[in-house]
Design a protein around this ligand. Structure first.
Ligand code: FEO
Length: 391
């Protein structure tokens, strides 16, 4: 536990969670995470966001060590990893006001039972003077929730960007010195929670273009003294550009689908296409999500269980459908023993995707020579579509 000084009157008082391995009981965190909270000291003192409830004691220790009285708690986002300690801070500083927008206020009242009289609400562009320093509030709905906002400290030109531009990365380094350390965790984080809101993220990036920002201070992971390091990466991720890649989540029960997958991988490789296969029995869904940020095509491979797809393939289709990647082409391959509606059910599960669905390849039992020809045909078709996209 340690307080880290960001600039002369700004301190990082949050918590590094070295041991956390799962977020939302869903998202793997191979690099841990941090819950960043910031104190801005002035005649009045503001605390920008708090920490996950499991780390409240660290935040409170930091505030005691800094010897500050909190006048304002700025809540940029109601999700509990940033808001969960607000009740404890209010208990320690009963005169503090929670400053946030009306949507976030409602969520905080509903989720954390914070009484209405504790709030001061702000709108886009509103400012809050702390004495010599000024905080400006910028509404940023749909970073991944509808109530999110950013806070900008005019003196020092710091942007507290909440989840936006963050990374699930536990590191002792306060600042990013090179993207090598943070590129994959940041991309993973974008893929997992922001990719479905790509259009909104694009708008938030455009808004930042018109601002003078010296430091980006997100709510997870290290800070940026060179904001372009992370904004340039985001520009690429949110762009419409796709890569000559096929993401291939697969599962096999008795080996037939696996034989199809192995053949199909080689068929795509022979055509100069990068393939990213994910065995769904062991795959890290974060890696799968990351691969979907850039790929032009996704193909799901499944056997038939009872009358439908393998549950792990259903999960993959659900995930792809929910993450809404920018891929342009999709298909399904797989096998069955005696019948079923595997293809129809997977198709239904991917209805959110704005893609061209190529003719699936469904075979009975083990693949035959003719079945392999069908896989060659699908690989040819994907190659053709990628060429049409100038890949
Ligand atoms: Fe880090 Fe959306 O909470």
């Amino acid at each position: 536990m340690s307080i880290r000084q960001v600039t002369s009157d700004v301190y990082q008082v949050g918590s590094i969670d070295w041991d956390r391995t799962l977020f939302d009981e869903l998202i793997p965190l191979p690099d841990g995470t941090s819950y960043n909270a910031y104190v801005v000291k002035d005649e009045k003192t503001a605390l920008i966001d708090t920490v996950d409830p499991t780390k409240t004691h660290e935040l409170m220790t930091h505030l005691t060590e800094l010897d500050v009285t909190i006048d304002f708690i700025i809540s940029n986002h109601a999700e509990q990893d940033h808001s969960g300690s607000i009740p404890a801070v209010l208990e320690a500083f009963p005169d503090a006001q929670v400053v946030t927008n009306p949507k976030c206020k409602t969520l905080l009242m509903e989720m954390l039972s914070i009484p209405e009289e504790k709030f001061m609400t702000v709108q886009d562009g509103d400012i809050l003077g702390l004495g010599g320093k000024t905080l400006e509030f910028i509404m940023a709905p749909w970073v991944h929730w509808p109530e999110t906002m950013f806070t900008y400290l005019r003196e020092g030109k710091l942007l507290f960007s909440c989840d936006f531009l963050g990374a699930h990365l536990a590191t002792s380094d306060l600042f990013v010195e090179s993207m090598d350390m943070v590129y994959n965790p940041a991309k993973r984080y974008y893929a997992e929670i922001m990719m479905p809101f790509r259009t909104s993220i694009r708008k938030h990036l455009q808004k930042l273009d018109s601002m003078d920002i010296k430091i980006v201070a997100p709510s997870h992971g290290p800070l940026y003294r060179t904001p372009s390091l992370i904004t340039n990466a985001y520009e690429e991720w949110v762009s419409d550009t796709v890569k000559n890649e096929v993401v291939l989540p697969f599962v096999s029960m008795h080996g037939s689908t696996r034989q199809m997958v192995d053949y199909f991988i080689e068929a795509l490789m022979d055509r100069g296409i990068t393939v990213k296969p994910f065995n769904l029995t062991t795959a890290d869904v974060g890696e799968l999500a990351m691969s979907l940020v850039d790929a032009a095509t996704v193909v799901i491979a499944s056997p038939t269980v009872l009358i439908g797809p393998h549950p792990r393939a259903v999960y993959a289709a659900y995930l792809v459908n929910a993450l809404r990647p920018k891929c342009r082409v999709a298909s399904i391959i797989g096998s069955y023993g005696w019948g079923g509606k595997m293809i129809e059910m997977l198709k239904q599960g991917m209805q959110n995707l704005n893609v061209e669905l190529l003719e699936p390849v469904l075979i009975k039992g083990h693949p035959t020579k003719e079945d392999y020809t069908l896989l060659d045909k699908l690989a040819d078709e994907i190659y053709k579509k990628h060429k049409e996209l100038n890949l």
